[in-house]
Write a protein that binds this ligand. Structure first.
Ligand code: SAH
Length: 217
């Protein structure tokens, strides 16, 4: 196998920006140190793929900062047998991170060109446990519900009710919640006996969830 020219940058990212900021989950650290993030961005951005900020992926959208990807993934406390739903496929990077950790990943992207690109990329990288759908993620993915965990990687001012419905009892959901213009509060929700336990993790800045989420403001 050819040597990986990005190995050093990737290791530095894990040490400084992820571990260094308090992410402890061994599986998350391992996976962030393994996935070729540079293959999820345009060729001219590859040198910056492991930097401590989000990058453009076209259509005004972004691939999240590595730290935020690991923070959200860790918060879900995933198990190898889990089935996870992601809203906002974008580049497919977060889906790949999930796919390395859990059994099945279902991911929905509203912009067709991004959905198509991510699906091809994930297939080329050999991920067989990820299904990509081009649709508005507001209504979730009924056909494959319910899910052990749900991750929403676009900002909304409310949690789409269909997603709460499609979350298993005992399951966890994470979403950047609040204003879709400036920043949001990363919010973790656990479903227990039909009730929601809500925990605010901290401020983040995500692109807005569009479609139904904006009509229901
Ligand atoms: N998780 C992605 C980054 C997400 S950026 C990654 O790892 O690269 C947010 C994405 O959410 C964008 O691609 C945007 O098009 C998508 N999005 C916005 N509103 C959506 C909706 N209603 N349903 C599905 N995807 C949506």
């Amino acid at each position: 196998m050819a040597s990986d020219p990005y190995l050093q940058k990737r290791q530095a990212m894990v040490e400084n920006d992820i571990k260094g900021r308090g992410i402890k989950d061994k599986r998350v650290l391992e996976v962030m140190g393994k996935i070729p993030r540079h293959l999820f961005v345009d060729e001219h951005l590859r040198d910056r793929a492991y930097a401590d900020y989000p990058l453009p992926i076209g259509e005004g959208q972004t691939i999240s900062q590595p730290y935020v990807v690991s923070l959200m993934t860790e918060a879900l406390m995933l198990r190898p047998t889990d089935r996870v739903l992601e809203i906002g496929t974008g580049s497919g990077y977060q889906a790949a991170v999930l796919a390395e950790i859990v059994k099945e990943v279902y991911t929905i992207e509203i912009r067709k060109s991004l959905a198509d690109m991510a699906a091809k990329r994930l297939k080329d990288l050999g991920y067989k446990n990820v299904k990509v759908k081009h649709a508005d993620g507001y209504s979730g993915w009924e056909e494959y519900a319910s899910f052990d965990a749900i991750i929403i990687t676009a900002a909304a001012n409310h949690i789409p009710p269909p997603l709460i419905k499609q979350l298993k009892e005992g399951g966890r959901l994470i979403i950047p919640l609040g204003s879709t213009v400036y920043y949001q509060v990363l919010t973790l929700v656990a479903k227990r006996k039909g009730e929601l336990d809500v925990e605010q993790i901290g401020p983040v800045a995500f692109v807005p969830m569009v479609g139904e989420a904006q009509r229901r403001k």
